[in-house]
Design a protein around this ligand. Sequence first.
Ligand code: BGC
Length: 753
Amino acid sequence: MKKILFICFSLLLSGAVLAQDAKMEAFVSDLMSKMTLEEKIGQLNLVTFGEIQTGAVVSSGVDAKIRKGQVGGLFGSSSFKDIKGAQTLAVTNSRLKIPLLFGLDVIHGLKTTFPVPLGLASSWDLELIEKTARAAAAEASAVGVNWTFSPMVDIARDPRWGRIAEGNGEDPYLGSLIAGAMVKGYQGKDLAAPNTILACVKHYALYGAAEAGRDYNTVDMSRVQMHEFYLPPYRAAVEAGVATVMSSFNEVDGIPATGSHYLMTDLLRSTWGFKGFVVTDYTAINEMTMHGAGNLQEVSAKALKAGIDQDMVGEGFLTTLEKSLKEGKVSLSDIETACRRILEAKYKLGLFEDPFRYLDEKREKSEILSPENRKLAREAGARSMVLLKNEKQLLPLKKSGTIALVGPLADNLKDPMGTWFVAGDWNSAVTVRKGFENVLGNSVRVNYALGANISEDPMLLAQLDLTHTYVKKNPADLIAEAVDAAKKSDVVVAVLGESEAMSGEAASRSDIGIPENQKDLLKALVNTGKPVVLVLMNGRPLTLTWEAEHVPAILEAWAPGIEAGHAVADVLFGDYNPSGKITATFPRNVGQIPLYYNHKNTGRPYDGNLKDKYKSKYLDVVNEPLYPFGYGLSYTTFEYSDLKLSTSAPKGLTSVTASVTVKNTGKFAGGETVQLYISDPVASVNQPVKKLKGFEKIFLKPGESKEVRFTITPEQLKFIHSDLSWDWEGGEFVIHAGTNSAEVKSAVLNWEK
Ligand code: BGC
């Protein structure tokens, strides 16, 4: 009976969806029948307000173009007034009064800035991540933004690449779950609701695999590699219903992604079933010329033919498509298909019913930077942090005595906001110094000193704007002041790392250590003999080999966002017991890169014997990372035992339960992310040593233990075959459960297909 009711309900629902689709189709067809060719091409044109600029050009003459119906959307502003002005212009002064889309890079919050995505991913907390996206959409929609260029789901194995900060790290399984959670957060259940917005998964595809970690660089990889490791998160976003996709700058298989029919049509639409529209990245069509794909007219035609619907900033579509149509290089139906997809997105947002639906002064006042959102930012900040080292339980610190608080990120409003804080209100951010004050009151005496600028490297200073913090003083004098503060204190907290502009777009680094002058400061502090707590703020894994050896406690705080200071204080003083786990491997040095946990075995794996010359290893550094994927400590300790399988000889399409007991063996209550990995030692395509296939977050009081159970089905055993089919093969599998990708308990099973 229940089943019948369910089927009836599903049929009714799909009937309603079909009726809605038919209504939309009729509306759009009617509108398009009134549109001129120029107006249709106009919808394919996305221009900028000019506030942010990440390419060589900005849009001009926007006002006149809106009047002529030559603009489909604008992006780059979070100003209520500007958005309202532009929408008013479109719906009163253009011939067909078609409303505009308003896009913005709302990457980790609008005004309430949450941690950078790599930080949020370290929480392994999908519910939390979805909530941050939900809050971001609510704030953005209040000022009229109805489209965010997020989530960024590019898998990255190279921390030299600055944009690793914007993604979720190196793992496709976790990355796919986060992609889905963010899409749900932004888009909600109903795109027409006034507080949900279009999401845009980017940068499709493989942008994170830029050679040598240099931004915009060439990408080249096998199809098996791309389908197994790099494409799943984009697909997961599509499956979660993402409304738009952004094409990437790089080439794939020798063809710029933006002009790749394989990516934009064969895979995205024909295989994955994507129904929304594809926008290019900033001037990506124009850049196809530099890649070697032809002049502007040729590349614009190629991009449209490939399946691109909207051209960001470059105006290749606007200026050449009419000519290409006359010359038979594109068809009217190519143009109309793209135009239809964009109009459908506007329809789904409800813009034809009410073009001002996403402009709500009341909500702007009540929801932006609301106490709830700030509370969420503080919680997200703390949950993102990863405790990398804690010798002799130096942390948590006592809320008494004297603390030296030093470093260029300790009393810094802007940099802890992280890359792409675009509209973030950094003047209302909480510095670590302020956070200490608010959390500690008068219970602790804080001796503050700057100690060092972010960097003294002339090449860096020539490219980055550090004027908001830079102090013109001899570096040795700055260090002397900090050492003086340290000597007068019981413990030192050094807040070091990167400025917000040292990671993110066009922020690749070949040396990913803490900048030299900050390292000099750290060494001087350690030399005082006082216990030193290193709090790191940065947007990428850093090389911390010296630090890991000499500094007793290290907390990776990432760029925590607007509530940085409170979140850091919550963790350092034990109000929140850290539970984050890194989602990108921390190498020992740059020479080890690319270094990632789900690597293949070689025919000559190194087995620990240095004398064994002909093994896959280095002469000067071990193969293992400094901190492996999934690693992160707690103030308490967890013990894993009794990994059990419900059967070790399953047959066919059944499932196996793997259970492991985790006990809190320390003195603090705390959270732990229990991770499940699977290895497939014999397969027709060589498999990585391990793949993440499940995880569960648990919370245990001191002395408490819990049995965590994972259900394993053949779905988790599937891999990409040489013909790109996704299937599993029977045989031996090793199931691992543990606290990170390197420390696991293992059990073997033989699964007959
Ligand atoms: C970036 C995108 C971003 C776009 C619009 C580009 O340079 O690569 O991630 O969404 O600019 O700001």
